[in-house]
Design a protein around this ligand. Structure first.
Ligand code: UGA
Length: 436
């Protein structure tokens, strides 16, 4: 099927390439010329495992191209809109400027029978509003939220664990659902559940899924705070409660908390939208989820200060990791970089290393020292903090090897990803998050 994808960031670029890989004929459209040039050459403008391969295949097959010219959307039957919805500069709500602009730019090129499929994460009620704008063209609008995880984005798009399509009431809606079913047929054939809902439900499915995940992380981080006051070990607690299938062990990783371009801004936007709806109380707990999350960053800083017996000035602290999570070069709202900056502001000489995210980090926080090589970054450190659990730090770094590099054997395990006993046995002072 002929498809257009408006917005070629993390979501759109992956979606365009993935749709081409399952056989569709796709044009990806973005206003950013540099991004489009890079994608058109088959080069991913950000680090995402597997993306360069599907891009190259798509372009080679002739089924995938990229342009800045929105007029090239004409002729596609489904137009996916995957532009960003960042947090507003002066508030918690989502900034819908890019979504509105994308829809407006598309209007002259769509007509009867076309379907506009929103993928961006938006406040509930947005789709109904946009539908009013799209209807006069004879096209219809559906909402088809995206659940991909960065680092697994290609796989999550080609083989998602569920497909959700919110459609308007009436015949237009059911025809649009059928068209989307056709787009995703290969996935549906493999058993992926395909859920058709109304517009508001589809919008809410997305934000409530992220709110649930954020809540789960903050729940275990709250338990970490209690563990810290009692001498308990939150990692054992997580494993023990995680054996209950109703709870499950995933997303019970206590540590420095969640960051990224989605969970933090999505819970804030959700709370802001609920307030507009007069239902602020219903998700009032999300403010607590946010507060717990931010407290963990402060806690990590306190542990580094403790490790260095209160004196940071003149001390070298090495931060292992800058990305908000491993397998990504995304530093949006990264707990790692937030902690690095706080340590820097307290007077420490902070060295940051990361396998993929240094370039992005340097652009945002030029005042920190960046070192590409892990061992070079560790050399001379008075204290080390693991802030992003890349395999290079969590699996491949032995305490014996690290001992040969650092000046002081003090480590804060911001992701509870190390074997504490192993590091202690090698003479390290080990600090976990919510662990004795
Ligand atoms: C998240 C959701 O997981 C996706 O389903 C969703 O599609 C996406 O947002 C989105 O809205 O686009 P992502 O931002 O890629 O995906 O990252 P996650 O894997 O959810 O991790 C978020 C943060 O939580 C990371 O900083 C991670 O380190 C942290 N985390 C995760 C924990 O602190 N503990 C855990 O147990 C798990």
């Amino acid at each position: 099927m002929k498809l257009s994808v408006i917005g070629c960031g993390y979501l759109g670029a992956v979606h365009a390439a993935a749709m081409a890989s399952i056989g569709h004929d796709v044009v990806g459209i973005d206003v950013d010329e540099r991004k489009v040039d890079s994608l058109a050459r088959g080069e991913a403008p950000f680090f995402e495992p597997g993306l360069p391969e599907v891009l190259a295949q798509g372009i080679e097959s002739g089924r995938l191209r990229f342009t800045t010219d929105i007029a090239e959307a004409q002729g596609a039957r489904v137009h996916f809109v995957g532009v960003g919805t960042p947090q507003q500069k002066d508030g918690n709500a989502a900034d819908l400027t890019f979504v509105d602009a994308a829809i407006d730019s598309l209007l002259p090129y769509i007509g009867p029978g076309d379907v506009v499929a929103g993928k961006s994460t938006v406040p509930v009620g947005t789709a109904a509003r946009l539908l009013e704008r799209v209807m006069p063209t004879g096209a219809t609008l559906v909402w088809n939220p995206e659940f991909l995880r960065e680092g697994w984005a290609v796989q999550d798009t080609i083989d998602p664990d569920r497909l959700v399509v919110g459609v308007p009431h009436g015949g237009h809606g059911s025809r649009a659902a059928d068209l989307l079913r056709e787009v995703y047929q290969s996935s549906i054939d493999k058993g992926t559940p395909f859920l058709v809902t109304d517009l508001a439900t589809a919008e809410l499915v997305k934000v409530s899924a992220n709110a649930f995940l954020a809540t789960k992380i903050s729940f275990i981080n709250a338990m970490a705070e209690i563990a810290e006051a009692t001498g308990a070990d939150v990692t054992q607690l997580a494993t023990a409660i995680g054996h209950d299938a109703r709870i499950g062990r995933q997303f019970l990783g206590a540590g420095i908390g969640f960051g990224g371009g989605c969970l933090p801004k999505d819970i804030r936007a959700f709370a802001a939208r609920a307030e507009e709806l007069g239902r602020g109380e219903s998700v009032g707990f999300l403010r607590e989820v946010d507060a717990i999350n931010l407290r963990r960053r402060e806690r990590a800083v306190t542990l580094v200060v403790e490790a260095l017996e209160g004196e940071l000035v003149g001390k070298q602290v090495t931060v292992l990791g800058a990305a908000f999570k491993p397998h990504s070069d995304d530093i949006r709202d990264s707990p790692a970089l937030d902690i690095a900056m706080r340590l820097h502001d307290l007077g420490a000489d902070v060295t940051v290393t990361d396998p993929e995210a240094i370039e992005n980090a340097r652009r945002q926080h030029p005042q920190l020292d960046y070192v590409d090589d892990r061992d070079d970054a560790l050399r001379g450190a008075d204290a080390v903090i693991i802030a992003t659990e890349w395999e290079e730090y969590r699996r491949d770094l032995s305490p014996e090897h690290a001992s040969e590099l650092v000046s002081g054997k003090r480590i804060v395990d911001g992701r509870n990803c190390l074997d504490a006993a192993l590091w202690r046995a090698a003479g390290w002072t080990y600090f976990g998050m919510g662990r004795p």
